[in-house]
Design a protein around this ligand. Sequence first.
Ligand code: SF4
Ligand code: SF4
Length: 97
Amino acid sequence: MSSSDETGVRLRLRFEGNWVESDKIITIPTGSWRFQRPVTRLDKCCQCGQCYIFCPTGSILEKEDRFAIDLKNCKGCGICARVCPNAAISMIEEPDE
Ligand code: SF4
Ligand code: SF4
């Protein structure tokens, strides 16, 4: 083994040794603790994509003809509403289930 190989192995052991196997990861949908949700007025949306770019949870999906919000992981932070240049997104109180 060459010295660069040994360095690579050492680095992998140091930085990747504690990685969790993917089948042991538990995911919690952040939408489960949301207290407000975004609602889009499509007639005001100009398809600029700012909400898509800035959403921290990747909850805004690019569809063929529009952007759609997937509420599963939306945590109700309101960033999409703040960055929308047309005020097309409003935050409303999360309805009681
Ligand atoms: S409220 Fe926050 S998490 Fe939900 S879609 Fe908007 S930016 Fe994304
Ligand atoms: S930021 Fe506003 S105008 Fe732009 S795509 Fe999103 S909802 Fe539409």
